[in-house]
Ligand binder design. Structure first.
Ligand SMILES: [Zn+2]
Length: 104
């Protein structure tokens, strides 16, 4: 997904939870942009590579933050907001442009 700090590994590092991230991989599953299991496996939808870097970074951060909180509680969102104050903008981008992203 290009250079820069935008991969789940990068954000696991920033959040201080590298030890909880067992694996990061791409997936064909179109139902979600990404997922994170309790066992520390993060999956990202491959078509995110076509999105702006900030969008892919947001999803990476979103899933990496689940290594801290496996829910969408206010505490979870505080972690996300702390590292990406403008995340709502990228969520909006996904809502608007996301559906066409996986089209070949
Ligand atoms: Zn989530």
């Amino acid at each position: 997904m290009g250079a820069g700090r935008e991969l789940p590994e990068d954000y696991a590092d920033i959040l201080g939870v590298c030890d909880r991230l067992r694996q990061a991989q791409l997936t064909n599953a179109q139902t979600r942009w990404g997922s994170c299991t309790a066992g520390g496996v993060i999956r990202l939808y491959w078509a995110l590579a076509r999105a702006p870097r900030e969008v892919a970074a947001y999803v990476s951060l979103h899933e990496a933050a689940h290594l801290l909180e496996l829910n969408h509680s206010p505490r979870y969102w505080a972690h996300v907001t702390c590292h990406m104050p403008d995340h709502a903008r990228w969520r909006g981008w996904l809502r608007e442009h996301g559906p066409g992203l996986g089209r070949l």
